[in-house]
Design a binder for this molecule. Sequence first.
Ligand SMILES: Cc1cc2nc3c(=O)[nH]c(=O)nc-3n(C[C@H](O)[C@H](O)[C@H](O)COP(=O)(O)OP(=O)(O)OC[C@H]3O[C@@H](n4cnc5c(N)ncnc54)[C@H](O)[C@@H]3O)c2cc1C
Length: 328
Amino acid sequence: MGELLVLIDHSESEPRKVSLQMLSAAKSLAEASGDTVAAVWLGPGADAAAAALGSHGAQKLYHWDSEDALGYVTLPQVSALQVAFETSGADTLLFASGNHTKDVAARLAIRLDAGVITDATDVEVGDDGRLVATKEVFGGEMITTSKIADGKHQFIGVAANAFPAEDTGGGAPELVALDVTLDDAATASKVVSVEKQGSSDRPDIGEAAVVVAGGRGLGNESGFELMEQLADLIGAGVGASRAATDAGWYPHRYQVGQTGRTISPTLYIGSGISGAIQHRAGMQTSQNIVAINKDAEAPIFQIADFGVVGDLYKVVPKLIEELEARKG
Ligand SMILES: Cc1cc2nc3c(=O)[nH]c(=O)nc-3n(C[C@H](O)[C@H](O)[C@H](O)COP(=O)(O)OP(=O)(O)OC[C@H]3O[C@@H](n4cnc5c(N)ncnc54)[C@H](O)[C@@H]3O)c2cc1C
């Protein structure tokens, strides 16, 4: 029986939703494999988050309570995770698939001779006890299952919203401090300032339960005011197609698709988006897809659970009106 490590993605002392989802997934995997679940927290704030991590399945919490975890680029986190592996004797790591964490996992994989699978939308324990990850490839045209067959270590990057976060009421985890020493290389690149992009209070589209997305069919920049109005009524994030971001109607950081963000919300509402394969690559794992498009032949309808054929400037205001009426 070993430990299954889960790297906690967090904002200050607040674990991100994807971290709680990974812990819940890890709990099920650990029950199947006979392992225990250990969270790894890099940076200050572990104490404050321990209860939430425990109630989502963490039995142990390795923490490195140092500003150095966040004050330099990548390598201190790689070193701290290496210490977590050495301390725990674990062979498996789940991490939230993002640009930064993929960088961390790849560098750690070189050190520990591990294999890495990223963007997994499902993970289960295979017949041989190794983890089997499901992921979409070629812009979502194919679904693969794969496992890391060689070596001791296996690192799996998990997509946001791939699993539900379940508060099962577990007790506080045992806290274990990591003793991390950094070499000169690890502190060569210092983070001198961090600027938060945008000032919106809307949820990040990568984690939002609901995403309202707009495309070229909006016709102009002000169409996004309508998208934001709808989004704010239902607590959604706002996304955009590349046609809309390339036109300068909405910032590129909200682009959904192959060259933008990959999202997997419970509900995606796309207006004036045709559903090109490159857009679908970023949203087709959404649990419920609603498409509003005036062209009944638009490809988005092939993957939509609910479709409205009509002018979005007639449909969306009606939807807003109805939602406002229900809210009272
Ligand atoms: C290498 C590469 C990478 C790419 N990466 C991405 C990516 O990451 N994300 C992405 O989105 N695209 C990406 N694209 C672009 C992609 O191919 C499409 O061009 C783009 O997704 C189209 O955006 P759209 O659906 O908003 O526009 P369109 O395809 O022009 O569709 C607009 C839709 O709006 C409908 N419409 C028009 N007016 C109304 C109205 N009043 N009411 C209702 N419906 C209306 C039309 O019927 C149409 O279906 C990429 C392309 C390439 C080549």
